[in-house]
Write a protein that binds this ligand. Sequence first.
Ligand code: MLT
Length: 268
Amino acid sequence: MKIRVNGITLAYDDRGTGLPIVFLHAFPLNRTMWAAQEESLSSEFRVIAIDLRGHGESDAPLWRYTLDQTADDVCGLLDHLAIRQAVFVGLSMGGYVLFAFYRRHADRVTGLVLADTRAQADTPDGVEGRFQLAQTAYKHGPPAVADIMIPKLLSPATIQTRPEIVQRVRRMIEGNQVSGIAGDLMAMAERPDSLPLLKRISCPTRVIVGEWDQATPPSDAALMADQIPGARLAVIPGAAHLANLEQPELFTQIVRSFAESLEEGKIR
Ligand code: MLT
């Protein structure tokens, strides 16, 4: 499905009924990374997965992006769908968008799942790395970005033994436009430090991380779980950065039990 919001077209899936759960994907992927979660959870919940601006079937206008804009796109879609409040699951860049969303629209958030992400802003070296990756995207296209990103997203064991996952991730990356890849890199490089926000997050929160995640390691996840009042941390064995793809059943189960507990009012 597609809608116009904030001057661009956004693509999304909307399946099932019940408590809404909104999934925000990683960089530089798209909403299909949530296929297993969508399939499983939509029997019990209303599941919404969005191609964030610059990705998949959404528009990727050639211009400067901010994660605040991306957060407002998500809010615009919720307005369109008449969803007042939802549980949000953001993985990596999706988590960065959730920090922006919470700063701007906290009253729309019933619960947060922060997966394989971090609260800190980029270091100067990190910003330089984003600049270099944008140049690679511009000169050599998305396939060169896939070559660089795949070893950062998946564990060596997955890369060696699960070619179907590697091919899926490659297809998602190669399906993006250079304008979207560069726009996101600029937006992520400019995002503010969210560490001061953590103590002010007052909704129920789960933090998830793959035990081998090197992009946003378990120490970053532990810091978020420590600082967000009442947050709990789940470490997923046998997964690196894309924990929801490498260990889909366990990831889905954590989200399911979190959402069920919110539905039943067990956590507040
Ligand atoms: C992601 O998976 O979204 C990226 O690794 C985030 C980042 O580059 O900081």
